[in-house]
Design a protein around this ligand. Structure first.
Ligand code: FMN
Length: 187
């Protein structure tokens, strides 16, 4: 079989990204292709928030660092330094929220799966254009202040992921992949 993009696709750790600007033209391509996902009932049960520019620093300081300090009053300087720059590791971060439609015949589980598909598609689209990208949640995807800031409905919506996009400083090395024989069987 010919080697194609999907056989080589690899994430780049957010901490290894270079946070240079991503041209609007590329961001538009990533977003428009990224939302072309299977979606039972065409409900669009997901919402996307693009975080870039000053907002990366704002969220890092006013939400992530501030919430971390509240939950970890004895944190040391190194920890605080890490938490103060979480989103700023990337050029931009795309937050994908699972926002299930209520009173639908479509099972909620399928709506949640579709939001995961949006994450994977955004990740692949960014990587296909040569960008460094990683799908992360980390503790702050489950933080109420973060959920509220991103407009999530309480006890209904969830953050499916933050898609970090930046520039590569080097090609990532391969990681251990599952053994197909162990997880795939033919009936
Ligand atoms: C929903 C989800 C959340 C994740 N959250 C984290 C995280 O918080 N921290 C982390 O180190 N990796 C996390 N990962 C894993 C990274 O995306 C990891 O870099 C990825 O498995 C690399 O695989 P790839 O090269 O096949 O893209 C998460 C993955 C998924 C699917």
């Amino acid at each position: 079989m010919e080697t194609n993009f999907f056989q080589k696709r690899r994430s780049v750790l957010a901490r290894k990204m270079l946070a240079k600007t991503v041209p609007d033209e590329d961001l538009k391509k990533i977003l428009s292709a990224g939302i072309r996902v299977p979606d039972h009932g065409a409900l669009n049960p997901w919402t996307i928030k693009v975080i870039r520019g000053e907002k990366l620093k704002f969220i890092d300081e006013e939400i992530i660092l501030s919430e971390f300090k509240k939950e970890n009053p004895n944190a040391n300087k190194t920890q605080l330094e890490i938490e103060s720059k979480r989103l700023q590791r990337a050029s931009l971060v795309i937050a994908v929220l699972s926002t299930p439609v209520e009173q639908s015949k479509i099972p909620e589980w399928e709506m949640i799966l579709s939001s995961g598909a949006v994450c994977m598609n955004l990740l692949s689209c960014a990587q296909s254009l040569g960008y460094a990208s990683q799908w992360l949640t980390e503790w702050y995807a489950y933080n109420n202040k973060m959920l509220e800031y991103l407009g999530a409905r309480k006890n209904k919506d969830k953050i499916s992921g933050f898609i970090y996009i930046g520039h590569k400083t080097e090609e990532p090395s391969e990681r251990k992949r599952p053994d197909p024989e162990k997880i795939i069987s033919y009936l």
